[in-house]
Design a protein around this ligand. Sequence first.
Ligand SMILES: Cc1ncc(COP(=O)(O)O)c(C=O)c1O
Length: 424
Amino acid sequence: MGAATFDTSASFAVEMDSRDPLAGFREKFHIPFGPDGRPSVYLCGHSLGLQPKNARVYIEEELEDWARLGVEAHFHGRHPWMPYHRQLTDQMAEIVGAKPLEVVVMNSLTVNLHLMMVSFYRPTQTRHKIVVEAGAFPSDQYAFSSQIRFHGFDPATSLIELTPRPGEADIRQEDIDSLLEGEGAAIALVLLGGVNYATGQLFDMKAITRAGHAQGCIVGFDLAHAAGNVPLQMHNWDVDFAVWCNYKYLNGGPGCAGGCFVHERHARAFDVPRFAGWWGHDQEIRFLMGPDFQPMAGAEGWQLSNPSIMSMVPLRASLEIFAEAGMQPLRVKSESLTGYLEFLLDQQTREGFSVLTPREPNRRGAQLSIRIHRGGRFICDQLVDQGILCDWREPDILRVAPVPLYNTYHDVYQFVERFVSVLP
Ligand SMILES: Cc1ncc(COP(=O)(O)O)c(C=O)c1O
């Protein structure tokens, strides 16, 4: 649906919700309450997704099995813990566009990023640089710099930060291409966010991977803001590896286990250096307790510890909902909801803000980042006080994410109405 078909009335929002084929999915989530005791307008799915109602039911099942069976639940529970993570694999592979062999749920994002860099950032004296986006999420920046130092290099000379052109908010694909063409021979690794956490820019991961590979670089992505948000094709785009968290658009709950993709062509690269733990060891012989590490084929070979079952249970509940809804219908609604948000903001005559996120639907996901020119964090605080939950990123960005699984057109309408009223 394009801007021409939206209108500014409240009744339009209500009408859109009544015609939304995915509207019923909202019922599957707990919507937090606002200060007035009514359901809030929750636009923070880019930060922490909402709780699927089945999460509690499934957690209680695991608690019961633990109480009833103790250690035996590893093999004889209703959802045996030993292979528990495998129940997530097919649906997770579907979400990131991968083969099951290429995907595992394990650890958390930053840990997985380090594990991937241990294997796939192999700097040499001539090829030691990492290309990243300027202003990448801080944890990624710390990981990049510490990995560079770990190999005896200096971030000042080994880190290349892609920046938007002066006066622009997003990074142009042509600038990525020309950097790779110019400096490719010195670049070991290209590692960008699939969707930038601050601006909401969705990168062309296929084009970046092709351009990086043409220069002999390894290409990886941090999909924290992309997984469950936009359709992904990690396998077909030929990406080497990717990592993500499952607590944002994927609703796995705070601190949920993260995700990791390793392309099939590396599945049996047993000679690449890797940090090892018993859960990555060939499961057929794991309990022989032998001293020599034999990694499993595929992404599972990078596991370290036996995983926290409780941290994966809500994710199972959420992935079932994703499987029912389907990424493609979700994307259709998402583009429409975000387009509607943009349309309503465009109609405002009040000054004091501008939208940073690209205007083209294929260059963004569910998030619009609004630069606040006056009033700062106070704007966000006032919205939260009124039951409109969005978030603030220093120094001046209000991030708003209408999530197609549980947000409504009326949520978007209410956000814009209140947002405009709190602008100074
Ligand atoms: C883009 C990005 N990368 C990395 C992280 C860090 O994730 P974790 O704390 O799960 O390692 C986050 C967290 O929000 C993020 O948004």
